[in-house]
Design a binder for this molecule. Structure first.
Ligand code: SAH
Length: 256
């Protein structure tokens, strides 16, 4: 039988206009789409084949990863065009690497279709250029939730780099992370921003200081999915020049 490669497709952060052309083509051509929880309903609406929701939310109750692998393998062996649709970019905190390994081990071809990662596009949605050279020589993308049995990032070492920190999956542990960064010597008044549900109809954000970050998250009720940005560049969110152009009227700047 002529097997199609399975496509691991990045859906971007939300708004379907941020899909790549290739992602859109793969989604439309798929016989079956296995989609994560975080995929925007407007992207799911583009699916013409069978849609299977195989959620993974913030490390809580989720479809077993092995079950997802087995399902993809079964569908692909049945000769179906399989799209595994993942939020943002499939290779940024998405277990994409594990899924590629499982598919290749099963003798299947895999294609990875990169997407816009929320850690870059989310801050950008509220006017934060994560590597603005006037403020920093670079950016670190790091998880605030390494997962069961995985080691904690060395927050003190990250703090010493002077690079912008973009923290995925960090809101639930913001108090702990903030304490570690302050203990490592980051300034209490260093700008910090939180962008929740970026590029979706529920987008909200706040700008504050590192010391006030946990309180700000609680006061503004900023919930997952959200990115935390720590570094001088976070202060640029206030300008909201891009937010004003690209976001719907209800997504106004919220200063915390
Ligand atoms: N592969 C994804 C990340 C998956 S991990 C990507 O490249 O973006 C899930 C985490 O990503 C969430 O907990 C949150 O920190 C972040 N995230 C994903 N989509 C987001 C969005 N639209 N707005 C803000 N954060 C988002």
């Amino acid at each position: 039988m002529n097997l199609h490669p399975v496509s691991l497709v990045g859906a971007g952060p939300g708004d379907p206009e941020l899909l790549t052309v290739r992602a859109l083509r793969r989604i439309e051509a798929a016989d079956v789409v296995l989609a994560d929880d975080l995929i925007d309903p407007r992207v799911l609406a583009l699916v013409k084949g069978r849609l299977l929701r195989v959620g993974k939310r913030g490390g809580c109750v989720s479809t077993d990863q092995h079950f997802i692998h087995a399902l993809m393998i079964r569908e692909a062996r049945a000769g179906h065009r399989v799209v595994r649709l993942k939020g943002g970019d499939p290779f940024v905190f998405g277990r994409g690497g594990e899924e590629v390994d499982a598919l290749r081990d099963a003798g299947l071809d895999v294609e990875v279709v990169s997407g816009l990662t929320s850690g870059i596009a989310g801050p950008a949605a509220v006017g934060i250029p994560v590597t603005d050279r006037r403020a920093t020589p670079g950016v670190i993308l790091v998880t605030g939730h390494p997962g069961e049995g995985r080691s904690e990032p060395d927050w003190a070492a990250l703090a010493r780099t002077g690079l912008t920190l973009v923290i995925y999956m960090g809101v639930a542990r913001a108090a702990d992370i903030t304490a570690r960064l302050l203990a490592a010597g980051l300034r209490a008044d260093l700008p910090a921003a939180v962008v929740s549900a970026a590029h979706t109809e529920r987008q909200r954000h706040a700008v504050t200081t590192l010391a006030r970050l946990p309180d700000c998250i609680a006061e503004q009720r900023l919930t997952s999915p959200a990115l935390i940005v720590v570094g001088e560049v976070a202060a640029q969110a206030d300008a909201a020049r891009l937010g004003a152009l690209a976001a719907p009227p209800e997504a106004q700047v919220m200063a915390g």
